[in-house]
Design a protein around this ligand. Structure first.
Ligand code: BES
Ligand code: MN
Ligand code: ZN
Length: 483
């Protein structure tokens, strides 16, 4: 990280190269005046009624200081997620006008430590450039310095927030890469390089090692593809640490659905079906950089394509997983749970004491919660609570969903231990009930990020593409389990 991170109580003498991002509520500019004093153009604009404070609405006033007022909407609706997005909206506008130095006026609207972190993260996430492969006159959006004005912040908090947000942008980059540029092999190579850079151990299992371990479900999914699968095992910390956290990610670099083929529209974003793996990758990058003590963390990724080649698995095929259980494949598009069955079994075999998996697993979860929250399932309740609290600190939304024995019952097969689909109603919960067969007695949380991993819509705070969802929550979780 090369950017400068500063904290100051008041903005002393802003220069003409500084973009001042000032979040404010509808109809309330006083909070900004408190910090900035009476800025001429504020009074002017207020008189002209240009300042609504509507959510994520950015109003720009060039001069010294250069003001990017950004709307927080109504006070009663504000939470840390909205606050971060408001800052990101201002930063996106500022960086697209060429600014590289940012100051954020932090008011007292949300919890102090969250606001400071949201401010830093907002700038870094807001300046992300999704136009990876555009040619012609290209501008690079840089962050040279971030100054947090107001609130309470140590250098360590600023640094932490920046590392996590940059790691979320790393995850977004992985999500946004075209499928030809991120095959399982390329993914594994990239993570090997990243692991080297931040001091993680990294083992990549190829096809024969995957076969040797008995991971018949991953192999079954990979059979339809010309690209060989990979299992990527990133490791941080001491093997004899008391807490051994395993972060498990679904890494489908493209999901065509297999023989149970998707529609054209349903396939448009399936390069991003490795959102869980991207979140795990980003989290491991941040953990390797921040080096928390008293914990071991493993990032385990199952990566393959789901294609329709001549050798593709067929509906009716039965796959044997690493823990010995058999799965009847009725719908080849329910492939994520097949991949997870093997990597979860692998996580258990490494002696993990706690497991979290993240996966773009079901359209049903995206329908249930939209882009607003990920659904979390698993057991025991205390472990789910721990992960949800980590997501609060991570400024991401998770919502706990129930899994009943009836959901597991729906997955019963007449020929094998289970089948891979159990009908549309409650589809996300039935998938979770199936995954539970592969985690033994280890505390386990399954986070379905099908709705949150990417957004195809452009917003004020982001272009279409990967969101980096999950990185921050996983890092907060790992840090909270350390000593
Ligand atoms: N990768 C998809 C889930 C998905 C769908 C994520 C839309 C994001 C947006 C997954 O592999 C899948 O295809 N799931 C099926 C399962 C069904 C066949 C039981 C689904 O949700 O339709
Ligand atoms: Mn699928
Ligand atoms: Zn999928």
């Amino acid at each position: 990280m090369f950017m400068k991170l500063n904290h100051t109580a008041r903005l002393e003498s802003p220069t003409s190269s500084l973009a001042v991002i000032a979040p404010y509520f509808e109809g309330d500019l006083d909070s900004i005046r408190l910090v900035l004093g009476d800025v001429d153009h504020l009074a002017e604009a207020e008189a002209r009624k240009e300042l609504s404070g509507g959510l994520y609405k950015v109003s720009v006033f060039r001069g010294t200081p250069n003001l990017f007022l950004t709307g927080l909407g109504k006070p009663k609706d504000l939470d840390s997620v909205r606050y971060l997005r408001a800052v990101a909206s201002g930063a996106r506008a500022a960086s697209r006008s060429g600014f590289e130095d940012f100051a954020i006026i932090v008011g007292s609207s949300i919890d102090d430590s969250l606001a400071v972190r949201a401010a830093v993260a907002g700038v870094i996430l807001g300046t992300y450039d999704e136009a990876l492969l555009k040619t012609g006159e290209r501008r690079t959006y840089r962050v040279n310095a971030i100054t947090v004005v107001g609130g309470h912040a140590s250098q360590q908090i600023l640094n932490h927030a920046a590392v996590v947000a940059e790691s979320a942008n790393y995850a977004r980059l992985l999500l946004d890469l075209p499928p030809a540029d991120l095959t399982p092999t390329i993914f594994a190579n990239k993570l090997t390089v990243m692991a080297n850079e931040v001091g993680l151990a990294c083992t990549v299992l190829g096809e024969s090692e995957i076969a040797k371990l008995g991971m018949g479900a991953i192999l079954g999914v990979a059979k339809g593809s010309a690209e060989p699968p990979r299992v990527i095992d990133l490791r941080y910390g001491d093997d004899d640490a008391k807490v051994k956290l395993a972060l498990v990610g679904k890494g489908l670099t493209f999901d065509a659905g297999g023989l149970s083929i998707k529609t054209g529209e349903g396939m448009e974003w399936m390069k991003a079906d490795m959102g869980g793996a991207a979140a795990v990758s980003g989290a491991m990058r941040a953990i390797g950089t921040l080096k928390p003590e008293g914990i071991s963390v493993r990032g385990i990724i199952g990566s393959t394509e789901n294609m329709l080649g001549p050798s593709a698995m067929k509906p009716g095929d039965v796959l044997r997983t690493m823990n010995g259980k058999t799965i009847e494949v009725l719908n080849t598009d329910a492939e994520g749970r097949l991949v997870l069955a093997d990597v979860l079994s692998y996580a258990v075999s490494t002696g993990a004491t706690h497991i979290v998996d993240m996966a773009t697993l079901t359209g049903a979860m995206a329908v249930a919660l939209g882009h607003e929250a990920a659904g979390i399932m698993g057991r025991p309740d205390e472990w789910i609570d721990t992960v949800v609290r980590a997501s609060d600190r991570g400024i991401e939304r998770m919502w706990a969903m129930p899994v009943y024995p009836e959901h597991r019952k729906a997955m019963d097969s007449s020929i094998a231990d289970m089948k891979n689909t159990g009908g549309r109603p409650g589809g996300a919960l039935k998938a979770a009930a199936m995954l539970a067969e592969f985690v033994g007695d280890v505390p386990w949380a399954h986070v379905d990020i099908a709705g949150t991993a990417w957004d195809q819509n452009k917003t004020a705070y982001s272009g279409p593409g990967g969101t980096g969802y999950g990185v921050s929550s996983l890092v907060e979780l790992a840090l909270s389990l350390g000593t």
